[in-house]
Design a protein around this ligand. Sequence first.
Ligand SMILES: Cc1ncc(COP(=O)(O)O)c(C=O)c1O
Length: 372
Amino acid sequence: MTKEKVTTFLAQIGNQKDPYTGAISAPIHLSTTYSHPHLGQSTGFDYTRTKNPTRSILEEALAKLEEGSLAVATSSGMAAIQLVLGLLPQGAHILAGRDLYGGSYRYFNFLEEQGVATFAYFDSQEEFETLLADTPEVAAIFLETPTNPLMHEFDIETIADKTHEHGARLIVDNTFLTPLRQKPLTLGADFVVHSGTKFLSGHNDLLAGVAVAKSQEDGEKLSWLANTTGGTLAPFDSWLFIRSLKTLSLRLERQEENAGKLAAQLRKLPQVTEVLYPGIGGMISLRVTDPQKIPAFLESLELFTFAESLGGVESLVTYPTTQTHGDIPVAVREAYGLTPDLLRLSIGIEDAEDLLADLVQALEVFPTAKTL
Ligand SMILES: Cc1ncc(COP(=O)(O)O)c(C=O)c1O
């Protein structure tokens, strides 16, 4: 789909041109159960955990956006990750990019403690290749790119090739870029997962997740497991997700434009020692001169809200050390660069000059690099 076509597609999600009502906004089907015309016959809908008409509209749209065979909308991003990992065999060995959402790390550790799976972590493409070559029994690779919060980028295509040569599966968490900026399945990944809570829904008012499979066979297994374990998205939340997706392209364009402008200006400020921005998407991380002053900085902000999460229309600042990545042991996170001087910004759709003015005035609490 070209950019224009995606915008058209998004705007029209759920506009089914219903011949009875003409409803443009997809109906919310709250019914949990559906009548059977005759014994052994079904309308295609039996029970909402299995399949729901509102959720189906959303899932078909998400599968199309990611260019996958089938998508499952789940009750959170973590539920989507759990669903995909649930397809792996007992005792699976998984290689994961080290810089990843703290909640994913926490879940992986839990799986290890339970004896369900084992994990090894890599920081770079080279480390991935070495690790893969040294480990014959790898079942899957789990990757975020750009990584959270250090914005490291991996080459999905190369990783997919190596993964498949090894007979393993590639799972990519595409939360940061969305299918409008990156389509891992077209680059060789087998599964994509999302926290739909972030850019996809984009208003900080919906907790949701997405798992998409590339092949029909994997898609059917995902659907089967979602029905079996029950973490599927509720009808009202599915409707809210559809409503939000309609503006994804507009929101993302504005967030990215704002992020580009802010990253360029932040690089000039003497209180900022490093700006991590991949030149795409709406997320920026930055390092400041004196971590001790971070509480004062957070209190000085007037427009940015100090809160967890990302991707919404409202700009947020997160302190990964105590928030999103607080569950990663200090020694582990500091060794790979997630140090106390790091702040993460999620850029919203506000006026870029207002956002910059807020950051500039709040950053004044830090000493300039020269006075340190
Ligand atoms: C990259 C990434 N993946 C997954 C998740 C988990 O998603 P959720 O909070 O919707 O369960 C998050 C949450 O912050 C995230 O940032």
